[in-house]
Write a protein that binds this ligand. Structure first.
Ligand code: ATP
Length: 232
C-alpha cells in the first residue's frame, strides 16, 4: 500500500534521512523503532508531505511526488502527530468534527458514531474540553480525529508517548483493532517490545538509515536488537 523508496530529508545542511526505504503492505501494521533523533518523526512527516523530501513515496500504486498535504489526506492518508496537536480549548466533539473538515456532514455523521462506538470514553466526555482530558484520553481523541478523515493508511507517531504502561497497552490494542477494521498502519514507537508484539513487520532506524528490518516476530528475537532496544 505504501512504498517509500530511497528517501532523503534534510533540515538545512543536516541530512536527517539518508536513503530510507520502507514497505507497508495493505492491511499490515509496520512499526519503526529507533533511538531519539534516529529520524522516525522525519519519516512520518516526509510521507505525509509536511516536509519536502527527495526520493519517492508510492501510495496505492501512485507516486505522491508533487501531491500536497491536503491531496494526501484526500487520498486516504492520515497522520496522528507526536504532540497530538489537539485544540485544547475546544470540546471533544468539536475536535472530532474538525478531523472531517474536508468532508460533508452527511458523509461523516456515521463515522462520528463509529468513533464513539470505538471509544466510549470519548462519547461520555464529548462536551469536555480536550485540554482537560487525561493523556490516554487525549491520545484516543487524536486517533479518533484522524479516523474522521476515513484513512486507509494511518501514520501514528509515538501514540504511547508519556502514557503509563497500562494505558500504553490499551492504546496498542486500539491500534490492533484498527487493522482489523481494514486500516493499514505505519507506527512509530519507542516502546519497541510492545509495538513489535502487535506488528507484522518492523524497521529499525539508526541515524537516518534502516539498520535492520524484517518480520516483527523475528526482530523481537534478534539478539542485537534485544541488547540495544528491548532492554536485554
Ligand atoms: P524522537 O524519538 O526523539 O522523536 P526521531 O527519531 O523522531 O526522534 P526526528 O525528530 O525525526 O527523530 O529527528 C531526526 C534528526 O533531525 C535529529 O537529529 C533532529 O535533531 C533533526 N531535526 C528534527 N527536526 C529538525 C528541525 N526542524 N530542524 C533541524 N533539525 C531537525
Amino acid at each position: 500500500m505504501l512504498d517509500v523508496r530511497d528517501l532523503h530529508t534534510r533540515y538545512g545542511r543536516v541530512e536527517a534521512l539518508s536513503g530510507v526505504s520502507v514497505a507497508v503492505p495493505e492491511g499490515h501494521i509496520v512499526s519503526v523503532i529507533g533511538a531519539n533523533g534516529a529520524g522516525k518523526t522525519t519519516l512520518m512527516n516526509s510521507v505525509m508531505g509536511v516536509l519536502p523530501a527527495q526520493g519517492d513515496v508510492v501510495y496505492a500504486g501512485e507516486s505522491l511526488r508533487g501531491v500536497s498535504l491536503e491531496g494526501r489526506v484526500a487520498r486516504g492518508i492520515s497522520l496522528v502527530p507526536e504532540r497530538r496537536e489537539l485544540f485544547a480549548s475546544m470540546s471533544v466533539a468539536d475536535n472530532l468534527t474538525l478531523g472531517a473538515y474536508t468532508r460533508r456532514r452527511s458523509a461523516w455523521r456515521a463515522d462520528l458514531d463509529e468513533v464513539y462506538t470505538r471509544f466510549p470514553r470519548l462519547l461520555e466526555r464529548r462536551a469536555q474540553l480536550a485540554g482537560t482530558l487525561s493523556g490516554g484520553e487525549q491520545q484516543m481523541l487524536a486517533i479518533g480525529r484522524a479516523l474522521m478523515a476515513r484513512p486507509r493508511l494511518l501514520l501514528l507517531d509515538e501514540p504511547s508517548l508519556g502514557l503509563a504502561p497500562l494505558i500504553v497497552r490499551d492504546i496498542l490494542q486500539i491500534v490492533r483493532g484498527l487493522r482489523e477494521g481494514g486500516v493499514t498502519v505505519l507506527l512509530v514507537e519507542q516502546n519497541a517490545r510492545a509495538s513489535l508484539a502487535i506488528s507484522d513487520e518492523a524497521y529499525v532506524l539508526e541515524t537516518g538509515q534502516v539498520k535492520m528490518s524484517g518480520p516483527a516476530g523475528e526482530l523481537a528475537r534478534n539478539p542485537e536488537l534485544t541488547a540495544s532496544y528491548l532492554g536485554g
